[in-house]
Design a protein around this ligand. Structure first.
Ligand SMILES: *[C@@H]1O[C@H](CO)[C@@H](O)[C@H](O)[C@H]1NC(C)=O
Ligand SMILES: *[C@@H]1O[C@H](CO)[C@@H](O)[C@H](O)[C@H]1NC(C)=O
Ligand SMILES: *[C@@H]1O[C@H](CO)[C@@H](O)[C@H](O)[C@H]1NC(C)=O
Ligand SMILES: [Zn+2]
Length: 446
């Protein structure tokens, strides 16, 4: 009896251990040694810090060059500005005269504040139970850099040969506006010689099952409005003071902002599909040792606005609105509009990539996602900007895409991470994308 009970207890222990083991195994660690080595490549790349304001690009370029060598890719390092290298890799196609496929990512990252992270931001610590790999750049966008390369490794192992040439660009300075990066690359002879037909650039993580895809970026503008007017005693009510004139502007902007925001609140438009205008500073008043002179109306006042222009709008209409409603000269208002980056392509068309059958690359891309077992969400306009805008300016269709489903959106945040399984699945997705887009033969020379 007692020995029976003893056996029973043994059995319990064994069952519990087996249950625990199976839980452990199913949460992660079911990867092959080959997949583990792909994860290690990702971690090693993440461990090379490239945060602004002083990204050191040399170790990253050396690292990527050695991966490219192991893949027998053609390697070129371009330097438009000293110490800001651009790495360009090529997998030559069997029909190199066809327009090529370009896969772009950037080398730099935003800074990280280590004291606010649970693991050092350049340790690429991999949590054994969740598979989360923590690092600045894990989502934005060093994941796609390594996924592009490792999917090419898989395709080469399966003896796939592309019809079109496949190029990979790793560019500096995306996070600070790309003046010494993509903005220099696209007008160059090097870029022209690639005969690029279609580009994939970074996208963003998706909290749901579907992958997100971006067909346009919003364009950042700065609007500065200056008011002048009659100065006067603080006690007097009169028309035409600088403060009153500036209020005309602020109220007109507020009415426009509310109408745009109402469209978002009512669910008629996405936040990135409207023009946003937000007040970022106000400057007025006569300074005194304790603050401001309180009984004097100033002769000058100024307001600054952050404007995000959506490419589906007509920029001339907005300029007309600014001139007539927001800053009319009749109210002693003048304005300065600073456009940061292009809003129209070489042919004067909006910087929008078609996501319908008029764009043959789109159809092939969409089919490839389905074939990989994934699903695409409704195409979106990105709220902010990426290097894609410079490529769209050349009239080349470009989509923003990073295959990160079921993942919190952590770009530029503390504790940025990507799960190992999500990283590996992305490699599979790119295998489908690269093999389809590099081998469809229909002429797509729009
Ligand atoms: C690269 O080329 C070498 C020599 O031709 C070959 O042995 C190797 O398998 C190639 N590697 C890949 C990944 O294509
Ligand atoms: C514009 O400024 C001038 C000079 O300060 C002032 O005389 C005039 O009344 C102002 N007009 C308006 C409409 O504010
Ligand atoms: C496809 O999309 C583009 C850009 O959004 C649009 O201009 C065009 O009219 C659309 N074409 C068709 C056939 O739907
Ligand atoms: Zn990025």
């Amino acid at each position: 009896m007692s020995s029976h009970r003893h056996r029973h207890r043994h059995l319990h222990v064994v069952v519990v251990v087996v249950l625990l083991l199976s839980l452990f195994v199913s949460s992660s660690h079911t990867f092959s040694p080959y997949e583990e080595s792909q994860i290690r490549t990702f971690q090693s790349y993440l461990q090379l810090p490239t945060p602004h304001p002083n990204p050191n690009y040399t170790p990253s370029v050396s690292f990527l060059t050695s991966v490219a060598q192991s893949l027998n890719l053609t390697i070129q390092t371009l330097e438009f500005v000293p110490n800001k290298p651009l790495l360009l890799l090529t997998w030559p196609g069997l029909s190199p005269h066809l327009p090529s496929l370009l896969l772009n990512s950037h080398l730099d990252s935003v800074p990280a504040e280590p004291r606010l992270w649970s693991h050092p931001p350049f340790s690429a610590h991999r949590d054994p139970s969740t598979g989360r790999i923590f690092a600045r750049g894990a989502q934005d966008d060093k994941s796609i850099s390594i996924q592009y390369l490792e999917s090419i490794r898989n395709l080469k192992l399966s003896n796939f040969r592309p019809l079109r040439s496949v190029h990979l660009s790793f560019v500096p300075d995306e996070e600070i506006g790309a003046a010494d990066g993509m903005a220099r690359f696209v007008p160059s002879e090097h870029f022209k010689n690639l005969n690029v037909g279609f580009v994939l650039d970074e996208g963003q993580a998706s909290e749901g099952e579907d992958f997100r895809v971006f067909y346009a970026d919003r364009s950042p503008w700065s609007l500065i409005v200056k008011a002048t007017g009659q100065p006067g005693h603080g006690s007097r009510m009169f028309d035409g003071s600088a403060g009153e004139n500036l209020m005309e502007c602020v109220e007109a902007v507020a009415r426009f902002r509310e109408a745009q925001f109402d469209l978002v609140k009512a669910g008629i438009k996405e936040a990135s599909e409207v023009v946003s205008v937000n007040l970022v500073y106000l400057k007025a008043g006569t300074p005194s040792p304790t603050g401001f002179v309180m009984n004097m109306q100033p002769s000058e006042a100024e307001a600054g606005f952050d404007v995000r222009f959506t490419p589906t709008e007509d920029p001339d209409l907005l300029r007309k609105r600014i001139e007539e409603e927001w800053a009319p000269i009749s109210k002693n208002l003048t304005y300065q509009l600073i456009q940061k980056g292009p809003i129209r392509d070489k042919a004067g068309r909006p910087l929008v990539t078609a996501t319908n059958d008029s764009n043959p690359w789109w159809s092939v891309f969409k089919q490839a996602i389905i074939a990989s077992g994934g699903k695409l969400a409704k195409p979106e306009i990105l709220r902010s900007t990426t290097d894609a805008r410079f490529i769209r300016q050349m009239g080349i269709p470009t989509l923003g895409f990073s295959p990160m489903a079921n993942t919190p959106i952590l770009l530029h945040e503390h504790n940025e991470f990507l799960r190992d399984s999500v990283f590996l699945n992305g490699i599979k997705v790119y295998e489908h994308i690269i093999s389809s887009l590099s081998s469809f033969s229909a002429t797509a020379e729009q």
